[in-house]
Design a binder for this molecule. Structure first.
Ligand code: SAM
Length: 217
């Protein structure tokens, strides 16, 4: 480990500490956030501040989510659907959320609608040796060929819950998704119980829009 790696590891420790102080206390999630090197997933200009609790632009009008948001959504998923399991992420973006799920021991599938972001992430996952399956497409329709999933996590804002995603959950599977208006959404969890869906509501967040047939036009 060289001096720069040591510095980044220390900053990561401070990030994890600040997440704990903000009430995110799931040790498995915090351990994954300690291990995954967020500075590899942000643009070069943002890499010195990669461990601040901030979202950063990743190009094409998109952002890497704030560490708080990643830890929050991952905790909701993990507490209802612990690893190992098959998880679908909608909105690959920088690849950071997918890498956290991978570090927790899930088998991860991720869909991104912007080909340039997809291509960049596929190259990054290869360099980092991560076996995460990625594809370009409209994630509001899920990934039918790979369904059913034990969990689905949507990292973009949906106007309502996409039916295709609910249909692609296995029994007891959970969908974590921010639902609401373009400027504010409520984190929502759906759990499949046979042919029924139980719904839970959590805090409000502001995500970039889910653009697609079952998202925003
Ligand atoms: N999970 C990402 C990360 O860890 O960096 C954060 C993603 S960013 C907040 C939301 C992503 O969702 C963007 O990259 C955007 O292009 C993507 N997106 C929006 N609508 C989509 C859709 N219908 N299908 C797939 N990806 C979509």
């Amino acid at each position: 480990m060289d001096a720069s790696d040591r510095l980044m590891a220390m900053k990561r420790m401070e990030m994890v500490q600040s997440l704990r102080q903000k009430g995110l206390v799931n040790e498995q999630v915090l351990d994954a956030m300690q291990r995954v090197e967020r500075h590899r997933f942000v643009n070069r200009e943002s890499s010195v501040s990669a461990y601040e609790d901030s979202a950063y632009p990743i190009g094409y009008g998109q952002t890497i989510s704030q560490p708080y948001t990643v830890a929050y959504m991952t905790t909701l998923l993990l507490e209802r659907c612990p690893p190992p399991g098959k998880i679908l992420e909608i909105g690959t973006g920088s690849g950071y959320q997918a890498a956290i799920l991978d570090a927790l021991g899930y088998r991860v599938y991720s869909v991104e609608r912007i080909p340039e972001l997809h291509d960049r992430v596929v190259g990054l996952f290869k360099r980092l040796g991560l076996a995460i399956s990625c594809r370009v497409g409209d994630g509001s329709l899920g990934w039918e060929e790979e369904a059913p999933f034990d969990g689905i996590i949507v990292t973009a804002a949906a106007p309502r819950c996409p039916e295709h995603l609910l249909e692609q959950l296995g029994d007891n599977g959970c969908l974590v998704i921010p639902v609401g208006e373009q400027n504010m959404q409520q984190m929502t969890v759906y759990r499949r119980v046979g042919e029924r869906f139980e719904k839970e509501l959590f805090h409000h967040f502001a995500f970039v829009p889910l653009i697609g047939r079952e998202g925003w036009n």
